[in-house]
Design a protein around this ligand. Sequence first.
Ligand code: ATP
Length: 513
Amino acid sequence: MAKQEDQFKKVLSHAKEYGYVFQSSEIYDGLSAVYDYAQNGVELKKNIRDYWWKSMVQLHENIVGIDAAILMHPTTWKASGHVDAFNDPLIDNKDSKKRYRADVLIEDYCLKIEGKIEKEVKKAAKRFGDAFNKEEFLATNGRVKGYQEKIAAILARMGKSLENEDLADVKALIEELEIADPLTGSKNWTDVKQFNLMFGTKLGASAESAMDLYLRPETAQGIFVNFLNVQKTGRMKIPFGIAQTGKAFRNEIVARQFIFRMREFEQMEMQFFVKPGTQKEWYSTWKETRLQWHLSLGLGAENYRFHDHDKLAHYADAAADIEFKFPFGFKELEGIHSRTDFDLKAHEEHSGKKLQYFDHEENKSYVPYVVETSIGLDRMFLAVFSNSLQEEELENGTTRTVLKLPSVLAPVKAAILPLVKKDGLPEVARKIVADLKWDFNVAYDEKDAVGRRYRRQDANGTPFCITVDHDTLEDNMVTIRHRDTMIQQRVGISELKGIIDKEVNAKFWLQKK
Ligand code: ATP
């Protein structure tokens, strides 16, 4: 646990030190759970977005993109269910005045019991040595079974109470379990109340005519309300998809863990419209396709897992998360949901407009079913960044900090370094920069000894360093150093473009098996 926390702290400080992520309005002490992307962060974020867009839109003939506005007609959110049901159950501690999500307090309590189970397992593993069978132990040990039953009973009761809107029972459960404020230990709780996560705002100048609006809490609804416009003008035939990337806003209460849970964040969503009855197949197809996209980046297959939902949202007939091993454990990175015809039907009802597709093969109209893939761009950023940050022991006994970003995503693809700041070397290096910058984001760096410059570029995630030395003036050759292997090669200046392109081109990554 301590190791995980240490690693996470390193991620935070590295993100700041190397110009990836800053706290928003830091000079005013920041705004909680709101972050700014800095000079390198904005490039990494853009590259992730492009990588997603290329694989989802450019490579699929039947998927097109849109960019809908953040502000939408308020009835949208009534129809989607967000006005009535996009709530978190909150509880305040009267002594500390701190606010918590009631379900998270209860889940954290269950996690502690799980910790006890793990302790029992460790103890038993020590006692039985090689003969230890974990599965059997978990299924038969009386104490462990007692803990498991306790967890199941607590979660079942909480689930039922939340479903029935019985918030008094959620509070009763917190009191019965004697859950205390994690910060102060106080058990002096208020009642549990539902809190809507949407940010409200107003449209219009005068108080009387102002209209209540919401900042969109997801990008999906912008796609649903445009479904027929896109289908007709793009002459799209089912099955087809509409993709969108853009900001979403949620007034999250448990906003912590850096850019994992933010109040303003960016989503990359795709709604795939299919013939009713075929949604199960498309759901499996998209689960697999999305997992392959993640695996193409090479962050390690062991860092991903599916979590299939037992309890489904009101609009879904199947749902799964792709979870990633963040520095604080496996957590949701992307959701794949079979959303049925819930959204389009709801918009038909609320708008009075038909949102149907005429199927020429079947010679009839119907409301399509929808399979959605929805990933948080900021969470993807955190997954890539935290996984790539590594400390390596080198052969000479020193360590280096290296940000092994997949080179297709790296903000700067190559740094051009004149060995010394004289003898005409900077001029040659500048010429290489001037040539390569049309194709790649490259940097020029002449400060400090070349070894230090290599370290700096390693920590920055730059896949290539290109060094210009005195021989270059004679033979037009430079030394190219690879970030991950630290291997150095002597190559012709004219070969540089081809070498870099082969490594950073999305085609190479997306076709990798
Ligand atoms: P969680 O359970 O973590 O709150 P969710 O199930 O509410 O997430 P969805 O509504 O399915 O999330 O949103 C789709 C994706 O958007 C998530 O998989 C996640 O990557 C991203 N996302 C959701 N909320 C946030 C947030 N507050 N900050 C950053 N990314 C978010």
